[in-house]
Ligand binder design. Structure first.
Ligand code: NDP
Ligand code: HSE
Length: 440
């Protein structure tokens, strides 16, 4: 007897929570690609309702009869719940309700996963249902599944990535068009890349949430948002971007998760990336993630990290996986925290730095600064001097100069002590910037 075809099977009921930038594209693709999705999933996927805040807003391609503000009953009636409303509550409660009712959950909500993921994973494990979240990290790029499943036989050493499209777009615009930070953020909002509150993007918190998720998966250790040291791009100036170019670098906001001798560390901060490094070529809202693994070596994942359709692609991939399990049985991977490595402070991470100073332009100043760095055990890799156009004061007739010092690797603590000592030197007028250098 032949097995039933996908169209003979009972349709799987899909409830969509949210119909904004991402949700509207999920709805569109579910409708437009219904036949292919049914064939791939093994059963038709029927959109049974769409929860929104305001049902009076027209949603292109969505039957108004499907819209509701009452998400609870919608969740109760679903086989698969797609959460793309964002935020904490009601998203968290609705996902727990879906899981308790035996539905699979697909979510793009990295902020919630990075803080409350363990409670959701535990509930899903207990109920024996899937929880998938490919879209929560780097939009369209398949990175969650490769780290969680494809690399399950290997040992990941480091994950280094550009995982926030908004900040990459903003930094790219600042460096290529000279646009200011606020104008570039406004553009990113219009293009649908930014979070509802874009301070989550520019403050680095969105990238930090993704770093926590990636670190947890890569190191089989529970890493939450609170474990991630986070610095955004608000302190990056047009001058920083211009000087980066002059010294052969590009400024990028990086999320870094690494295995250290003492455990696992995760951090997000702006960094100078050498202009010839592949990450430097990641433009606009694109994302890229490098994974360094013991046996696989270096892997790079690149693509669109934000935006409605790209993110919906990742969401629908998860929907199809969850649907296949409904049809054929089985379940996706559970949370893996068996390694339970200590999460160490990111300040113990060792990296290179570029320090820019404004100094009085007179003989012996460079030697004085170099001597002090040597005293503090921070080794200099390169120094560059350039005249400053800032007018000289009466007590500095020879004028001022920029000193740009690139160090060899140092700990954050060693560097901070050194910078403090350098700032106190008599000929030093200002520490203009201190940026990490990564990817060299
Ligand atoms: P939007 O703000 O564009 O859309 C949110 C949707 O959820 C809206 O339709 C809104 O309804 C609905 N909603 C919000 N709160 C409620 C509520 N309390 N009850 C019912 N409906 C509600 O967000 P995005 O589509 O941009 O993002 C959704 C999720 O996807 C977030 O978790 C985000 O972090 C994540 N994500 C977003 C990406 C992007 O590029 N935008 C990329 C990757 C992940 P209404 O329309 O009536 O206001
Ligand atoms: N606001 C996020 C970004 C969306 O800019 O990358 C994707 O998670």
């Amino acid at each position: 007897m032949s097995s039933p075809s996908s169209t003979d099977r009972r349709p799987l009921r899909v409830a969509l929570l949210g119909c904004g930038v991402v949700g509207s594209q999920v709805a569109r693709m579910l409708t437009e690609h219904a036949a292919d999705l049914a064939a791939r999933a093994g059963a038709p996927l029927e959109l049974v309702g769409v929860a929104v805040r305001d049902v009076s807003v027209p949603r292109e391609g969505v039957d108004p009869a499907l819209l509701t503000t009452d998400a609870g009953p919608l969740v109760d009636a679903a086989d698969i719940v797609v959460e793309v409303m964002g935020g904490d509550e009601p998203a968290r409660g609705l996902m727990l309700r879906a899981i308790a009712g035996g539905a699979a959950v697909v979510t793009a909500n990295k902020a919630l996963l990075a803080s409350d993921g363990p409670a959701l994973y535990a509930a899903a494990d207990e109920a024996g249902v899937d929880i998938y979240f490919e879209a929560a990290v780097a939009g369209a790029i398949p990175i969650v599944r490769p780290v969680r499943e494809s690399l399950a036989g290997d040992y990941v050493r480091k994950v280094l990535g550009i995982v926030n499209g908004t900040t990459n777009y903003v930094l790219d615009q600042m460096s290529t068009t000279g646009l200011g930070l606020d104008e570039a953020v406004a553009q990113a909002q219009q293009l649908g890349y930014a979070e509802a509150d874009p301070t989550a993007d520019v403050g680095g918190h969105d990238a930090a949430a993704k770093a926590a998720i990636l670190a947890s998966l890569a190191f089989h250790t529970r890493v939450t948002l609170d474990d991630v040291a986070c610095e955004g791009i608000t302190s990056i100036t047009a001058d920083d971007v211009a000087w980066a170019a002059k010294t052969g670098h590009v400024v990028k906001l990086l999320a870094i998760a690494e295995r250290t001798p003492d455990g696992v560390s995760a951090r997000v901060h702006p960094a100078l990336v050498p202009a010839d490094h592949p990450l430097a070529g990641v433009r606009g809202a694109f994302n890229a993630v490098f994974v360094e693994a013991e046996a696989a070596g270096d892997l790079m994942f690149y693509g669109q990290g934000a935006g409605g359709a790209p993110t919906a692609s990742a969401v629908l991939g998860d929907v199809v996986s969850a649907a296949r399990h409904r049809v054929l049985g089985g379940k996706g991977p559970e949370e893996s925290t068996y390694a339970a490595l200590p999460v160490v402070p990111a300040s113990s991470a060792i990296t290179r730095y570029q320090v820019r100073l404004l100094v009085v332009d007179r003989p012996g100043v460079l030697a004085q600064v170099a001597h002090l760095l040597a005293d503090q055990g921070v080794s200099i890799e390169a120094v560059r001097q350039a005249p400053s156009d800032r007018p000289a004061g009466v007590d500095e007739p020879s004028g001022l100069a920029h000193l740009i010092i690139t160090t060899h690797t140092a700990t954050e603590a060693a560097l901070a002590g050194t910078v403090e000592a350098v700032a106190a030197l008599d000929p030093v007028r200002e520490i203009t910037s201190v940026l990490r250098v990564e990817g060299a």
